[in-house]
Design a protein around this ligand. Structure first.
Ligand code: 5GP
Length: 213
């Protein structure tokens, strides 16, 4: 994804979908395939405790509720939400700096957060990742061995409810074969940079007009 570097501002891509749909793996692959100056992942802030193997500043910025609330008051979040009793938020400054520098930013956040981002920043492109079937999703969650069957059942019925907002998203990618899903997400990103409304297209037309005068 490197031929359109003359672009002005970066694009904001928001990826969500049920746990187990593979959105994290897709994001990881997109980042591996790209230059960090072209595309970056926003690191969220959370009040939940770190899990084993998670790193401060990489997985999340871990903080306490008091500090999180202060940051809300200061207007420091592009969006924030309470998920399973903990706060999660997207730090505004990092995202805006990157977009202004021409770097695309990916947010991997929940549906509630994605819809709030779209309200605050209407240029955001929302991508929903779906599993190929509910059986596959159940199997992926079971294979993780991190949750009881009851918790998995709860998660699956929650997932079905969440899917009802999918029509407010711009794109939906079905993650059956990972390589295909990654290619589809990269194609979406590429296509978004070819929109006729992109600054770079407008500027070119302006230049052609000047040249002809
Ligand atoms: P986990 O605790 O498993 O890392 O994340 C729980 C949920 O919070 C996931 O659905 C994840 O996508 C979501 N999440 C992570 N960061 C953010 C954020 O900055 N904002 C919002 N709204 N959700 C987030």
């Amino acid at each position: 994804m490197s031929s359109d570097r003359q672009r002005h501002t970066g694009r904001l891509f928001v990826i969500s979908g049920p746990s187990g749909a593979g959105k994290g793996t897709i994001c990881k692959r997109i980042l591996e395939d790209s230059d960090p100056s072209e595309i970056t992942l926003s690191v969220s802030m959370t009040t939940r405790v770190p899990r084993e193997g998670e790193t401060e500043g990489v997985s999340y910025f871990f903080t306490d509720k008091e500090n999180f609330r202060e940051k809300i008051e200061e207007g420091g979040f592009l969006e924030y939400a309470q998920v399973y009793g903990n706060y999660y938020g997207t730090p505004k400054e990092y995202v805006m700096e990157k977009l202004e520098a021409g770097t695309d930013v990916i947010l991997e956040i929940d549906i509630q957060g994605a819809l709030n981002v779209k309200k605050a920043y209407s240029d955001a492109v929302l991508i929903f990742v779906l599993p190929p079937s509910m059986e596959v999703l159940r199997k992926r969650l079971t294979d993780r061995h991190t949750e009881t069957e009851e918790a998995i059942n709860m998660r699956l019925s929650e997932t079905l409810k969440e899917m009802s907002v999918m029509d407010q998203y711009d794109y939906c990618i079905i993650n059956d074969v990972l390589d295909d899903a990654v290619r589809a997400a990269e194609a979406v990103m590429k296509a978004e940079h070819s929109r006729a409304t992109e600054d770079v297209c407008r500027r070119l037309v302006e230049r052609y007009k000047e040249e002809l005068d």
